[in-house]
Design a protein around this ligand. Sequence first.
Ligand code: N7H
Length: 471
Amino acid sequence: DLDLNNIQGDILSGLPKKTQTYFFFQITDVTLFRSQLVKFIPLVKTVAGVLKDRKAIEDHKKKGDKTLITMVGVNIAFSHKGFVAMGIDDANLTSTEPNFELGQRQDAKNLGDKGTGDIPNFVPEWEPAFLQDIHAVILISGDSHRTVDKKLQEIKEIFGLAPSGNKPSIKEVTTIVGDVRPGKESGHEHFGFLDGISNPSVIGFDTSPIPGPKQVPAGVLVTGHDGDVGPTRPDWAVDGSYLTFRYLFQNVPEFNQFLKENPVPLPGLTPEEGSELLGARLVGRWKSGAPIDLTPFNDDPELADDPQRVNNFRFQAEATFAKMCPFASHIRKTLPRADLEDPPLNISIQKNRIARRGVQFGPELTKEEKQSGKTAHGRGLLFACYSTSIKNGFAFLQETWANNANFPPGGASTGIAPGLDPLIGQGNRMITGTDPNDPSSTLPLPEFIVPRGGEYFFSPSLKGLTETLAA
Ligand code: N7H
């Protein structure tokens, strides 16, 4: 019963992309903005639109045509500050969602970002642009910079930012461009690991999910449906989703250097193999995507390529310590499958699921960076995720799981705290369990990922945009 023509495309299917531009802005003239929004709405790509695009890509591939087809997808989302600026009552979105109400700049302190002062005057160590108020973001995904830039220009004209024509109703705060990595690295994030393997599959929408974690009811990702634990939604706030954006810089040469200096000391492994194994044990997957839980000591690209197996694991409670995926590995921290869902705890984690839609930004490593082991050019992940609760979703994963050395609780069976999420954990950064033969060995970790900005948004339905936000 999902209305695919009413839900923005990035929420359920992800906008197809080789490149993606995030255009962040403030609304400076509300009345004018609402009238210009009427002209913008037809550009918004719905889930139905994305499905059509994906079919076109498939058909194109089937014909054996290797050229890219021109493709572009536009979505829009508003922050709480944006709704306030527009005079829209968003109480249904704030009443049970303190993170959304606060805004991410203040909430950054709770997330563990570095900075000065106390909430509400907290100033995180972020890029200056993200210290300003952001009212809304327009996402443009596409096959090339040319297509996306052209669409951005069209949008700027609608809102009066082109040199001639309309009066402006908005002010640009910042524009960030993300790019899928080139060649063989396509689909891999900057540390080199395949990403986007495990995302919640939605009952009634994903009709042939790959074996893996339980399907979620639509309301985990789309407001107003079964599984949305929020308050009753007014019409305009049904069929939407919260969008969490995080501007995350990755210290890639430093990460590689750290692996090089700390190979897992497993007999029979070369130092290079030991370093590779350490990386895999930090993430919970090998660079190919093959999970440590199924293949603890060797990468297995065949397994990684097999959709029937690549996500079909629970974290083996019965495995010997040596074979076990470290409790604090990134994918175990952020989706602790059997650790919580199975006896003795039997805790459902359905409400904690998020749909990740990020894209990489920044250049490939240069020769100099590889040699020096030091970052010279900013790069990382434009992290984006959707869910109907930030409190149970992104913020919960970051604060209660990633930043918590005692999570997941199964770690207690060894008497040793698992440590922080080695990638995104903030605080006293250390991990245990990376040495398969020594549960007690503790590895202090430098910072590999640095948050430099972000905001929380709500991505409304087409009906909400048309009937309530535009006028
Ligand atoms: Fe993570 N990485 O490339 O190392 N992530 N992540 N993430 N992440 C995942 O299984 C990465 C971040 C989740 O369903 C994979 O699809 C990087 C934040 C969740 O089993 C890899 C950054 C949060 C999952 C990475 C980053 C999460 C997940 C394996 C930042 C939320 C799915 C690929 C620069 C607070 C877990 C896959 C599951 C998987 C990486 C950030 C959450 C390789 C580089 C901020 C829920």
